[in-house]
Ligand binder design. Structure first.
Ligand code: NDP
Length: 321
């Protein structure tokens, strides 16, 4: 079968398609025929070496498709079942070998494309808005990169929960997309100082929580926008890894809380993976829009990485095997 293989870390050019042995499921494992894999920013961190992964490896943590075969001990899945996953490496391939415990059933009313497009970014938006800082009516949040994969879903979920949403975007086209998703205040942070603009709109320190997946470029200024005891959620490194934060900075800004969560802790237990997926799929059935902003062939995975790293994408990018 064909799969993308990374033999050394580096730029997008290290993503190469190879003919590899088709996987055979061992105990507790399932071979999934991949219908579509999802591109996530984390794929670029693993490719570049920012997040170390032993080489060689096939990238991609997320896909949806159908069960092709199951190994010993897998009793609740059979050939043809539609499934999706968000935490098992090897998605950029025609078939993926996945522990059965990492698979969730995809409901009939959710397409495989939508499932592949929503597992990582959708479950991330769900845990950020319901667990890390449970939003409720009257809460005020800032979502950076609001036209991105996580951003668009988080804006919509935050609005469903009744929050006021400030968001930042990198272009006018992205501003329109974030506005259409329901954001109350859209800030073009490549043109204007986002912190100044948030203060102009909401007054001094108007935010309960900042959801920051941009990282290095934005986290320090975000700390100055939070109310006393507010929460900074630094959940990504799109502009680079966040510089260390002196605890006394949290004191000086009003006894703030600072967290650096990862999806993998939120789906480590099977019950939470299933519960959060059910919540996500229920919201999708109820109109949560999963925007697919582009698709690339397996052979063009390097172009997909170039696009997301150069801020050229909106919503979700799929990789078609
Ligand atoms: P996006 O689709 O949001 O793409 C990243 C966006 O970040 C870009 O489109 C761009 O939007 C913005 N950005 C700002 N500065 C830069 C820069 N210097 N280089 C590149 N992009 C920049 O990606 P994802 O939705 O996949 O992920 C968003 C963030 O969330 C990432 O940091 C990712 O690692 C993180 N993440 C974390 C998870 C967790 O559990 N901790 C899980 C999933 C994602 P704009 O042009 O509008 O600025």
């Amino acid at each position: 079968m064909r799969a993308v293989v990374i033999r050394r870390t580096g730029g997008p050019e290290v993503l190469e398609v190879e003919e590899v042995e088709a996987p055979v499921p061992g105990a507790g494992e399932v071979v999934v025929e991949v219908a579509a894999a999802g591109l996530n920013f984390i794929d670029t961190y693993q490719r570049s070496g920012l997040y170390p992964v032993a080489v060689p490896f096939t990238p991609g943590l997320e896909a949806a498709g159908t069960v092709r075969s199951t190994g010993p001990g897998v009793s609740d899945l059979t050939e043809g079942d539609r499934v999706a996953f968000c935490s098992s490496l090897g998605a950029y391939a025609e078939r993926a070998l996945v522990p059965a415990a990492d698979l969730v059933p995809v409901p009939d009313d959710v397409s495989s494309d939508t499932a592949a497009a929503s597992m990582v970014q959708g479950l991330t938006a769900v845990y950020l808005a319901t667990s890390t800082y449970p939003l409720e009516a009257g809460a005020s949040c800032l979502v950076h990169a609001g036209a991105g994969g996580v951003g668009l879903l988080l804006i919509q979920i935050a609005k469903r929960l009744g929050a006021t949403v400030y968001t930042t975007v990198g272009s006018d086209e992205k501003a329109e997309i974030a506005r259409a998703a329901g954001a109350d205040h859209v800030i073009a942070y490549r043109r204007e100082d986002f912190a100044e603009r948030v203060r102009e709109i909401g007054g001094d320190r108007p935010l309960d929580v900042v959801y920051d997946g941009v990282g290095k470029a934005t986290v320090p200024a975000g700390l100055g926008l939070l109310r006393r005891f507010g929460l900074m959620v630094a959940f990504g490194n799109a502009s680079g890894a966040v510089d260390p934060v002196d605890p006394l900075v949290l004191t000086a800004n009003g006894s703030l809380f600072f967290t650096r969560p990862t999806l993998f802790d939120h789906v480590a237990e099977r019950e939470t993976l299933l519960a959060k997926s059910e919540q996500l799929f229920a919201w999708i059935a109820d109109g949560l829009d999963v925007r697919i902003g582009g698709r690339y062939r397996l052979e063009d995975a390097a172009d997909a990485h170039r696009a997301i790293e150069s801020r050229a994408t909106t919503g979700k990018i799929l990789i078609d095997p």
